[in-house]
Design a protein around this ligand. Structure first.
Ligand code: NA7
Length: 557
């Protein structure tokens, strides 16, 4: 069995699939190591009811193949998990990518060997592999986190994090079900299962601003039209900050009348997807007064949809304005609370105390209260963006650990390279253009840039690259500076690196994880770095004799 590769890619999700496609096309000796039992990443793992795109399906799919665009038929405007996984499998099969992938291969450690200019990759099945170049496509939300709660594991019924939702159907009819967490995931689950379970109890610590997804089927005629317009659609995605079709309203918030603002908001509320967030006035993101006025508009919408005024008030966020955290898109979410079998527990008033053998315990009136369940669903989020990097023991030059380097401040060059970690690429890494945008659009950009870069390295005969400390600092300062303009910098959300369940990630320290400059600016910067011969990246041919040669151009598979 091969133990040395020119390139090892870690992760067979949306990014890893496209990365191996590009490498396979170049005839590079490469493999993808995937911890899961099959490909698909996010769409392989998250099988909870209601899991679906918040991106328009036809803007989420890959854009690299006209044939693929012409043959794949999206059935819904916002496609659900089973279909999304089928799509990714179709892509892998169509382009013959599966043969490059190794499943059930969790990478425990990756160590850069300076003397041999190689990466040593340790796989959980005991194998030790080597490669010249290591590409990390680990996913932004691939390390789920459970509450740090006393008694976790003591519940005798069924319980799972949404990320680990069982592959076989879960019978919830007539069951007493708890959902803990009301982020994008909890909001999708709750809207979907409220009318399918016996009793549903929602444990909400902080409400989230949420607005209708307005999903619907795509007819044959719609699909034919989308196919005709694909070039135009992707061109629009490329010029919008978020990589979506939704373009910000460029009129000044204060230049139009209140009536005009309301007219736009009514239209957006009834429109599809993230329009309400991203096709809004730009001041929503930066100006407290504008944000407060719009937040009050959404609060009224919630009041109109939730019959019990006391429940409605509990569902309205008080600690942050609309859109400063990732906006969950919902279907029947607020109406769920009008059902007699759905109960809302406000953990702000009565915090969780522990998991018990029969359910969950909260405080109540100076004492405690037990809730009994058949199933507990934890929709409690992820050790976002850096979690999957921290999970692998990644060691660079001089024994430096990536997890240590990033412990207090994240620093990268373009979100794709790290000083001290030569020959390592992250097409959708922290501080890259992917995290805060329509993910596949950002991924294609990142994978293309990294692959073009590797082609450059191979063409020039280099075997080693490393971003300089100076450019890394400049990029990180730029990323940090972008936060300063945004109201989101004060939010407790995974965009600012907050997670109460991960020691050190509790509120208090902003972690500058995402690039807020928007896709066009990001693409402009990375393209200009490439145009200047990868300025800021030290390139060298440092492999001592005897090393395995790189196999660019020699297809040995
Ligand atoms: P999120 O958005 O991080 O939401 C997690 C939710 O779980 C949120 O409501 C949290 O409340 C809640 N939570 C987390 N820990 C606890 C504990 N210990 N007790 C009670 N409640 C808790 O994760 P999602 O999976 O919903 O969404 C992640 C992304 O996936 C999403 O943005 C999309 O891009 C796809 P909190 O707000 O912290 O008070």
């Amino acid at each position: 069995m091969t133990s040395h590769y020119e390139v090892i890619v870690i992760g067979a999700g949306v990014a890893g699939i496209y990365q191996i496609k590009r490498l396979a096309d170049l005839g590079v000796e490469a493999t993808v190591l995937e911890a899961g039992g099959d490909l698909g990443g996010t769409w392989y793992w998250n099988r909870y009811p209601g899991a679906r795109f918040d991106s328009e399906s036809y803007t989420y799919g890959y854009s690299f193949s006209r044939e693929l665009l012409d043959e794949w038929r999206w059935k819904e405007k916002f496609s659900g998990q089973p279909e999304n996984l089928r799509y990714l499998n179709h892509v892998a099969d169509k382009f013959g990518l599966r043969k490059y992938m190794q499943f059930n291969c969790r990478v425990d450690a990756a160590r850069y060997d300076e003397a041999r200019n190689l990466w040593h990759v340790q796989v959980s099945d005991g194998r030790a592999l080597t490669c010249r170049f290591l590409v990390l496509t680990l996913g932004l939300l691939s390390i789920p986190t459970l509450p740090r709660l006393e008694g976790m594991g003591s519940f005798k019924g069924r319980s799972f994090h949404t990320f680990h939702w069982p592959h076989e159907p879960v019978d919830m009819a007539g069951k007493r079900v708890a959902v803990v967490g009301t982020g994008a995931t909890g909001i999708q689950v709750i809207g979907e299962i409220a009318d399918k379970v016996g009793e549903l109890t929602v444990f909400q610590r902080r409400p989230n601003w949420s607005a209708p997804l307005n999903n619907g089927p795509i007819s044959d005629a719609d699909m034919a039209d989308l196919r005709r317009r694909y070039d135009e659609i992707f061109a629009t995605c490329a010029r919008t900050p978020g990589g979506f079709e939704h373009e910000p309203d460029r009129r000044g918030f204060y230049e139009v009348s209140r009536e005009e603002r309301l007219a736009l908001w009514d239209e957006l509320y009834d429109g599809p997807g993230f329009g309400i967030w991203l096709a809004n006035f730009r001041e929503i993101f930066t100006d407290e007064k504008a944000n407060a006025e719009f937040s009050e508009y959404i609060a009224d919408r919630i009041r109109r949809r939730v019959k019990d005024p006391a429940v409605a008030e509990k569902l309205i966020p008080r600690d942050h304005g609309f859109g400063v955290q990732r906006v969950p898109m919902e279907t029947n979410y607020f109406e769920a609370y009008n059902r007699p079998n759905v109960h809302l527990i406000d953990l702000g008033e009565t915090p969780l105390v522990r998991e018990t053998e029969t359910g969950l315990r909260t405080t109540e009136d100076g004492g405690e209260r037990d809730y009994e369940f058949d199933i507990i669903v934890y929709a409690t989020g992820f050790d976002a963006i850096t979690g999957a990097f921290d999970k692998i023991d990644i060691e660079g030059v001089g024994g430096m650990k990536l997890a240590d380097k990033w412990r207090t401040t994240i620093s990268t060059f373009l979100g794709m390279m790290v000083h001290g970690f030569p020959n390592l690429l992250m097409p959708s890494g922290p501080q890259s253009g992917s995290a805060s945008t329509n993910y596949p659009r950002g991924i294609e950009t990142g994978v293309n840039w990294c692959t073009d870069f590797l082609e450059h390295v191979w063409a020039k005969g280099y075997t080693r690259f490393e971003a300089t400390e100076a450019v890394e600092k400049r990029w990180t300062d730029h990323v940090t500076g972008m936060y300063a303009m945004m109201l989101m910098r004060r939010a407790k959300s995974w965009f600012t690196g907050y997670n109460s369940n991960v020691p050190g990630h509790e509120q208090g320290t902003i972690r500058y994880l995402v690039y807020n400059g928007g896709s066009p600016k990001y693409v402009g910067i990375i393209n200009s770095v490439a145009a200047k011969g990868y300025e800021g990246v030290t390139l060298g041919a440092s492999a001592p004799p005897g090393n395995p040669p790189h196999s660019y151009g020699e297809v040995s598979r």
